[in-house]
Write a new protein. Sequence first.
Length: 84
Amino acid sequence: MSEVHQIPCCDMLDHLCDFLDGDLEPEIMESFNAHLAGCLNCQIVVNTVNKTIQLCKDGTQQIKLPQDVHQRLLAELGLDQVRD
């Protein structure tokens, strides 16, 4: 395992909530940050989850999904037959 990826990506997910809450032990935080510095996939996951949390906390911002995304979401949730 390279020095940059001190912990595997799957272990990153195990610590994600604690990382975002700032509740990691210092040595785990150091490994987490070292991994993030060199792993684009984990950077994307962390940034996406963090942005989602921020959007949920700030309920004042209305986000309009593109129509195709909206339709795919409804279909995935089994709500594609429900009318607005």
